[in-house]
Ligand binder design. Structure first.
Ligand code: UDX
Length: 434
């Protein structure tokens, strides 16, 4: 099938590359020339395991290419996936400007084409956006009759770090369609996937995405609240989570307590859903609480640090982990940012380490960094673990301790082994550990 993909962020690139792998003819469209040039050289503009390989293969085979000529890309394809960003406005509500611009561009392009064209929204959008925003703009700008347009909504459930795997082997595929044209197109595109497929209307598809992300974020905040109780009552939440996870109705996933959730999806999506519910006068007590717990978790890390070090002014604190989770260079909404800002405000001397995220983090806060652990811990009064990179779980604690000035480790992810840390001579404090 001839498919154009609008937006070469991580959703657009992964969608384009995996659909080309499945044998479709793909053109990825973006106004940013540098990204398109990189793509056409067979390189991935973002760091995502497995993506480089798929892009290289698609470009070499000739069924994947990038273009800045958006109109031509749309006209020469039969299907367009909208994969542009849906950032938050200042009040947390969804900013649909990129969606509206993409819809206008599609509408304008379709004036120069006769055949039926199908538009599939993949971007995460508040329920009713596909039917009440995207479709009307495309209809108006193209001047087309409704029967000449296929319109659908097919949310992505991609995790950064395993997005290619998630796209090639999804748990489920949600086929939101407003007409038979979009239904048939999506069924054909995903015919080789043997996972469960749910057919529904676009607003249901849009909501499945939000409700899934909101549920997972709430599960994390719930785990964090339980972990905070454990800290007071002398219980290890890790064991509690293990016991809870043995119930198949609960599952062990997303029960890891710590400094909270970050990234480009959970904080933005929960805020957008809460804002939409508020503006439609339904409100959401649970989502509000989910966000509140998430905001307070990094403060607990600061509180534990102060409890151990007393006044932070002049203390040297080494931060291990700058990214919002391991195996990514993404620092968006990273909980580390909140912790570092607070420590710097208190006058501490902060030095950061991360296997992949230093460059991106320095664009937000220009702290001192080093990419060798030995260097970072030198003379430190305290280590704070903020991201559970494998490298930190395997570090040689004894030799690190010898290079430090103090002996405090604050574990913001309940990731280290308390016995081993104590054996190495550390004073260990963790979220969720009594
Ligand atoms: C998420 C969703 O999983 C994905 O389906 C959606 O499409 C986009 O958002 P991602 O943002 O890549 O994916 O990260 P994820 O692995 O889900 O983790 C999100 C955040 O939650 C991270 O900051 C992580 O550290 C935190 N988290 C996750 C916890 O604090 N505890 C957990 O048990 C799990």
């Amino acid at each position: 099938m001839k498919i154009s993909v609008m937006g070469t962020g991580y959703v657009g690139l992964v969608t384009g590359a995996t659909l080309s792998e499945a044998g479709n003819d793909i053109v990825c469209l973006d106004i940013v020339e540098d990204k398109i040039n990189q793509l056409n050289k067979g390189e991935s503009p973002i760091f995502e395991p497995g993506l480089d390989k798929l892009i290289k293969k698609g470009i070499a085979k000739g069924n994947l290419k990038g273009s800045t000529n958006i109109e031509q890309g749309i006209v020469e394809s039969d299907i367009t996936f909208i994969c542009v960003g849906t950032p938050s406005k200042k009040d947390g509500s969804i900013d649909l400007n990129y969606i509206k611009n993409a819809s206008s561009a599609i509408g304008r392009a379709l004036r120069h084409k006769q055949d039926v064209h199908t538009i599939i929204v993949k971007s995460t959008v508040i329920p009713q956006t596909t039917e009440n925003v995207v479709l009307p703009i495309i209809s108006k700008k193209s001047g087309r009759k409704r029967e000449n347009i296929g319109i659908g909504m097919n949310p992505e459930f991609l995790r950064e770090g395993s997005a290619v795997k998630d796209a090639l082997k999804p748990d489920r595929i949600v086929i939101g369609h407003a007409d038979e044209v979009a239904l048939n197109v999506l069924k054909e595109i995903y015919k080789d996937h043997d996972c469960p497929k749910l057919e529904c209307n676009p607003r249901t598809a849009e909501f499945i995405k939000y409700a899934s992300n909101a549920f997972l974020a709430t599960k994390i905040s719930f785990a964090n609240e339980m972990a905070n109780m454990c800290s007071i009552w002398g219980i290890d939440f890790k064991e509690v989570a293990e016991g809870m996870g043995m119930d198949s109705r609960i599952s062990p996933q997303f029960l890891q307590a710590g400094a909270g959730f970050g990234g480009s999806c959970f904080p933005k999506d929960v805020k957008a859903l809460a804002a939409a519910a508020k503006s439609d006068k339904i409100g959401s007590k649970i989502l509000t609480a989910t966000l509140e717990v998430n905001e307070s978790q990094p403060k607990i890390v600061i509180g534990m640090t102060k409890e151990r070090l007393g006044v932070l002014k002049g203390k040297k604190i080494a931060i291990l982990g700058l990214t919002f989770k391991p195996e990514t260079d993404d620092v968006r909404e990273s909980r580390t940012e909140i912790v570092v800002k607070e420590l710097v405000d208190e006058g501490a001397k902060v030095i950061g380490h991360d296997p992949e995220g230093i460059e991106n983090f320095k664009k937000i806060i220009d702290i001192e960094t080093s990419n060798t652990l030995n260097e970072v811990v030198k003379g430190a009064d305290c280590l704070i673990l903020m991201t559970e990179w494998k490298e930190y779980l395997e570090m040689d604690l004894k030799s690190l301790k010898e290079r430090m000035n103090g002996n405090v480790i604050i574990d913001g992810r309940r990731a280290l082994n308390p016995e081993k840390v104590k054996e190495a001579g550390f004073d260990y404090k963790s979220i969720g550990l009594g």
